[in-house]
Design a protein around this ligand. Structure first.
Ligand code: ATP
Ligand code: MG
Length: 576
């Protein structure tokens, strides 16, 4: 393609609301334009990157035995009422009405639609297993769309669903998809981790997220430095055993201390001239309408996902200030476990704390010398967020390292969460009617675009991995002499014959402008034909990642560059 004929509207300035590199660079380099909050158009360059990703995804999924379909994006409400999600999905679901006042949803995912398809056409165990996927726009009315393509409201997702006769077969396919995702993200040239994930309230028990490692990621993940365990911190296990509690036989009975106006942990610790570790933090929550309290060491964070799982609650929210006042009988900041009339749940570490300070359930007062088991009782469990340096909960030898990640894919064992209520059933060998066992598998195609940029950029622009680059090579002319254009056209033709995608910057611009744009757009290899080529027949070949900057004879450049490109693309496939 010729630059002069393409729509590549590069900009000097980033949009004022763009904070993360991928948002800034994808807009500045002319890949995307915002239409409304979280809603974007893809320009020709953006579309080419999306096609690269989709091609890898299709190749690997088809190879793994999955079949592509295309479901509608507009789903009738009765379908969603069957699964119960019409009632529980909440404000992320965009609901609409047609001219006859029938209600519809814009699909945020498609479990209902795929189940409706399969249950009508698959009746026998002989037709199972089945793995169907689609690549389609999804809509989620996100509370805070942000970071460009990273968290949009409308975005492209690959969503896949598999159907099985039993759990064992569903688990086999889960592993098949796990391996397939690993190949897909390797071929994309991304640095990623597959991590254990919380299954949330979708139900199901087995779930992995594929996380691209990047400082700007929203997700927090830990990995063990000794074994291969890695998990989202929402899920990451710590140890299951309580350590030895310290001897508190000589501890005096607990007694109140006056702490006027200091309610926050750090303030209380400073006021009492102690460490936050010596304080007991009491957090009041409402679980499915009932009050509960979580107890943690003062310097620790509650892991709400673990707490919700322990309680078996579908809804868990922090108590409001008014509820805290009502439950503790004191201002916010002075709640404590002693005499608190709600079910108490303590993190493992609480048992090991020894005499502690905690709120007295009385405004402006704390208690000192509070001892677990003596002054209060609680159910003990692993409730806190894993942090860097914590011992690994899996091997118990290593320690956790902390990373930030961008969730680009998700594999999920669903079980019969949808097939049971929606009666997606088959006749087994013995002629009995049974619900199919399901798995679901997502990839955020447009989020992969953003994640790739987060991981591959510098101060001048994007640095695409070869497999995702919109073009493999950018060919730049520097100088207006007719001989220069002629040489460039010859290289351009030669590269195209060899199957290399070339963007030919034939614009009537100064070389400096062209070089700046080339760096911004981020194409992996740049060939420059300048005046010197007229005299010595040498052209410049420079890689965007800085690994190569050399001069090559005009006659050889197409073959040298095309084998470089091919080698890199094949390496990606072989490595996967
Ligand atoms: P998140 O936790 O980031 O909100 P999710 O768990 O809701 O994501 P899934 O339902 O698992 O996401 O969707 C499958 C994939 O779709 C995700 O792994 C992610 O890559 C992508 N995705 C989800 N929400 C968005 C969004 N708002 N914008 C872009 N991609 C998204
Ligand atoms: Mg997810």
């Amino acid at each position: 393609m010729r630059f002069s004929q393409m729509l590549i509207p590069t900009l000097k300035e980033a949009p004022s609301d763009a904070r993360v590199p991928s948002h800034v660079l994808l807009v500045r380099a002319g890949y995307i334009r915002q239409v409304a909050a979280g809603i974007f158009s893809l320009l020709p360059l953006g579309m080419r990157v999306v096609h690269r990703i989709e091609r890898i995804v299709r190749q690997e999924l088809n190879r793994a035995g999955a079949m592509e379909v295309l479901l509608p994006m507009v789903h009738p409400a009765p379908l969603w009422q069957e699964s119960g999600r019409w009632q529980v999905y909440g404000p992320q679901l965009l609901r609409l009405r047609d001219r006859k006042e029938f209600e519809f949803a814009l699909a945020p995912t498609a479990e209902e639609a795929i189940v409706a398809l399969v249950r009508d056409d698959v009746r026998s165990y002989r037709r199972l297993p089945l793995n169907l996927y689609q690549i389609q726009d999804k809509f989620r009315d996100e509370d805070r769309p942000r970071a460009g393509l990273m968290r949009g409201r409308e975005f492209i997702m690959k969503d896949g669903y598999s159907f099985h006769v039993d759990e064992e077969d569903a688990r086999r396919e889960y592993q098949n998809m796990y391996d397939t995702y690993t190949r897909i993200f390797r071929r994309c040239g991304l640095d990623f981790r597959a991590v254990e994930a919380d299954t949330g309230n979708i139900g199901g028990s087995l779930s992995h997220e594929f996380q691209v490692l990047a400082d700007t990621g929203e997700d927090s993940i830990v990995s063990c430095d000794a074994c291969d365990y890695a998990a989202n911190v929402e899920k990451a296990v710590l140890r299951r055993q309580v350590g030895e509690p310290p001897d508190t036989s000589a501890t005096p009975p607990c007694s109140p201390v006056h702490t006027p106006g200091v309610g926050r942990i750090e303030e209380v610790a400073a006021f009492l001239q102690t460490e936050p570790q010596r304080l007991l933090k009491t957090l009041l929550y409402i679980a499915d309408g009932k009050p509960v309290a979580a107890l943690l060491r003062g310097d620790r964070q509650l892991n709400e996902a673990k707490f919700r799982t322990l309680l078996g609650a579908s809804q868990l929210d922090p108590a409001s200030d008014a509820q805290v006042r009502q439950l503790s009988g004191a201002e916010v900041g002075f709640a404590g476990p002693v005499g608190l009339a709600v079910p108490l749940y303590a993190d493992l570490e609480v048992v090991e704390m020894g005499p502690a300070f905690c709120g007295a359930n009385r405004t402006d007062y704390h208690l000192q010398d509070v001892v677990f088991g003596r002054d209060y009782q609680a159910q003990v469990a692993d409730l806190r967020v894993a942090a860097a340096g914590d011992p690994c909960g899996r091997c118990e030898r290593g320690r956790y390292r902390h990373h930030r990640g961008i969730e680009v894919g998700h594999v999920f064992f669903l079980g019969t969460r949808y097939s049971e209520p929606m009666r997606c059933e088959f006749l087994d060998r013995e002629g009995r009617l049974r619900p199919m066992v399901m798995g679901c598998y997502g990839i955020g195609i447009t989020r992969v675009v953003a994640a790739a940029v987060e991981q591959n950029h510098d101060e001048h622009g994007i640095r695409w991995p070869m497999a995702l680059a919109p073009f493999h090579v950018i060919l730049v002319t520097a100088g207006l002499e007719p001989g220069i254009g002629e040489m460039a056209r010859r290289i351009y033709d030669d590269l195209q014959v060899r199957g290399v995608d070339v963007l030919y910057d034939d614009r009537d611009e100064r070389p400096g402008v062209k070089f700046k744009d080339a760096d911004l757009i981020g194409i992996p290899v740049r060939i420059t034909v300048g005046r010197k080529a007229l005299s010595d027949g040498m052209v410049e070949v420079r890689r965007r990642d800085g690994k190569l900057d050399t001069r090559v004879p005009l006659q050889e450049v197409a073959s040298v560059v095309s084998s470089m490109v091919q080698r890199e693309l094949e390496m990606g496939v072989a490595g996967a």
